[in-house]
Ligand binder design. Sequence first.
Ligand SMILES: Cc1cc2nc3c(=O)[nH]c(=O)nc-3n(C[C@H](O)[C@H](O)[C@H](O)COP(=O)(O)OP(=O)(O)OC[C@H]3O[C@@H](n4cnc5c(N)ncnc54)[C@H](O)[C@@H]3O)c2cc1C
Ligand SMILES: *[C@@H]1O[C@H](CO)[C@@H](O)[C@H](O)[C@H]1NC(C)=O
Ligand SMILES: *[C@@H]1O[C@H](CO)[C@@H](O)[C@H](O)[C@H]1NC(C)=O
Ligand SMILES: *[C@@H]1O[C@H](CO)[C@@H](O)[C@H](O)[C@H]1NC(C)=O
Ligand SMILES: *[C@@H]1O[C@H](CO)[C@@H](O)[C@H](O)[C@H]1NC(C)=O
Ligand SMILES: *[C@@H]1O[C@H](CO)[C@@H](O)[C@H](O)[C@H]1NC(C)=O
Ligand SMILES: *[C@@H]1O[C@H](CO)[C@@H](O)[C@H](O)[C@H]1NC(C)=O
Length: 593
Amino acid sequence: MVSLSLRFCSLLALVPLAAVGSVIPRADAYDYIVVGGGSAGSIIASRLSENSSVSVLVIEGGPSHEGEVDLTIPYVYPRTFRSRFDWNYTTVPQPNLGNRPGIYLRGHVLGGSSSINGMTLNRAPASDWDKIASYTGDSSFRWDAILPYIKKNEGFNRPPNTPEYANTYDPAVHGFNADKIGNTLVTDGNWISQPALQAATEVGINYVRDVNGGLPVGISWQQFSTKDGSRSSAATAYLSAGILSSRTNLKVLLNAFVTRLLPVSGTDLKFTTVEYKDASGNTVTVSARREVILSAGVMSTPIILMRSGLGPRAHLQANNITTILDVPAVGQNLQDRCGAAAVWSVNATDTDDDIDRNPAVFNRWLNQWNQNHTGRLTQMSYRQMIFGRVPNNASIFSGGFQDPSSGPTCPHYELYPANKWTSPTTPQPATGNFVSMNIFVSASNVRGTVTLDPTNPLTGNPVIDPKYLSSEWDRYVMRDAVRTSVRYFNAPAWKKWNATPVFDTAILNSDAALDAWISSSAFGGVHGVGTARMGPANSPAGQDVVAPNFKVKGVSGLRIADTSVFPFVINGHTMGATYAIAEKVSDLIKSGN
Ligand SMILES: Cc1cc2nc3c(=O)[nH]c(=O)nc-3n(C[C@H](O)[C@H](O)[C@H](O)COP(=O)(O)OP(=O)(O)OC[C@H]3O[C@@H](n4cnc5c(N)ncnc54)[C@H](O)[C@@H]3O)c2cc1C
Ligand SMILES: *[C@@H]1O[C@H](CO)[C@@H](O)[C@H](O)[C@H]1NC(C)=O
Ligand SMILES: *[C@@H]1O[C@H](CO)[C@@H](O)[C@H](O)[C@H]1NC(C)=O
Ligand SMILES: *[C@@H]1O[C@H](CO)[C@@H](O)[C@H](O)[C@H]1NC(C)=O
Ligand SMILES: *[C@@H]1O[C@H](CO)[C@@H](O)[C@H](O)[C@H]1NC(C)=O
Ligand SMILES: *[C@@H]1O[C@H](CO)[C@@H](O)[C@H](O)[C@H]1NC(C)=O
Ligand SMILES: *[C@@H]1O[C@H](CO)[C@@H](O)[C@H](O)[C@H]1NC(C)=O
């Protein structure tokens, strides 16, 4: 295990007591209450409290991120899975994943999933934002209107000023606000970058200068939310110990589990009261003078709405919850990006495999990280990423099938090569060096659900059914992505490393065999959206959950801002897009909209 370094002990001492749950809020004491101090919630609370005349309370279910080494060293993030920093959700058994239930990771800590995630920083392709704008009828979601919010959120770290990295990013699409979310390329000169880039050229994958320029299809350098060798999260950047101790108008309540929102008595449907269980299990209510902003994430936000009587009537009735407003869309339209990993052995010796299986190697890198925050633990095992599309002449399109992606510059799938064994469904061998292709179906047209646990509707975990790979389209894309991966690792660039698949390539001979391999290898995703989706300002409450100003339709005093509002799958990793909407909603609230 990683041991606490002295550096962290001193950080612990900096946490102001008021921020760690010692404050019992008095009713009506806050202008705004943010439910969930996660990726979106941390930003919103921080932005609103920039005005010292405005008081803000954050109610977060998990503990603080401060001083936690597993939330600081980038490489070790998988240690947080199934720890006290994870909500420990599971999906229902997935028929297209061999009937296996999947783990559904979600951060249970200040910073939310941004405190435990893989740090790949994407913003979604431009056409995804343009599609949201056209679906909602609100042009302020267009790519060119969102870009300023993206830049506002970002502290881009330029790679070394050497010819090798000259064309690996486009400064015009980045923000350089050093106190915000760090964004860093891995530039360690590791062996894998050369074949990873050359193989793409050899199989006809075009080079993209900047994955975050809006046109990601092709191969590009990955960008990661790290800064000075450590993780950079919504909590480290927006709710740092320094910010918490300097703002008396901002309180963060930790280890407080929000059960539901209550309508203000005597009003029609004004939802400004929050009910939660404090760390000792007492039920407490607290009210906002102005608004509640629900930012509990794609799984918890719909569950809190349902417990509050805002959801599909029949489902609430089945759980003995009185319906206050019938909102059929709550918990529906869950879209996610199903993943799988395929592995090749290589005769390169400088892979990350030994870091994972040999404590002596790990400890050597840990010592270096402790010394000056450099070395292999400052990064993950990825350096480049590929966004791809199934070809226009693919058989799936022949019967008049409509491409569900947001347009011809939107990816259908994502691939990223890793410098080690990454398959979670087959154990890493005790010896050998490997590279893996991590594969995600991006432009999914499957829609799943999140519902209440009928055995414990009031405090139970959400019942999550993403329905992975349940459409012919999603299965087609996954097959195409696996076949592209094999073609890629067959390219001449990998020959000098003797890249050899560790799976039987006979799976490629038939769709049935490939489906069987996918069914046993796929492991679900972490990029859920849509369970409280946004729609046009004038769509009926119930068809969509929030309006383009993030206000919940049909009630007052309540907004939702987190990944649950995206009306469609994001064709990239979701953190960056979530940050953008958090900046946007903060601006709307501050300007009185
Ligand atoms: C393991 C993992 C790896 C990932 N890798 C990447 C990646 O590399 N790149 C990327 O872009 N995206 C990645 N993602 C996805 C991305 O992190 C999320 O989509 C995004 O952070 C979600 O932001 P959010 O604000 O909607 O929710 P969250 O950040 O999850 O925030 C929700 C917050 O609400 C709190 N909360 C929930 N319920 C309650 C309750 N009842 N009471 C009180 N508090 C509550 C939670 O504790 C949490 O702090 C990953 C996610 C995970 C989990
Ligand atoms: C700060 O908030 C107060 C109270 O809501 C408001 O009157 C004032 O205009 C705000 N200041 C700015 C700069 O927005
Ligand atoms: C998740 O499970 C782990 C392992 O059982 C446990 O230690 C942790 O407390 C759980 N997380 C939560 C939020 O309960
Ligand atoms: C709902 O209430 C009925 C009658 O009290 C009870 O039998 C049933 O178990 C309850 N259902 C749930 C989901 O709590
Ligand atoms: C960091 O420390 C390592 C030794 O652990 C050393 O090799 C390296 O040069 C140092 N790097 C910097 C930037 O100080
Ligand atoms: C699609 O076009 C490519 C390139 O033109 C060709 O090689 C391939 O055979 C075509 N596929 C189908 C299914 O027609
Ligand atoms: C790796 O394998 C290739 C192909 O077999 C071979 O040419 C190369 O010499 C090998 N390299 C090492 C370091 O063994």
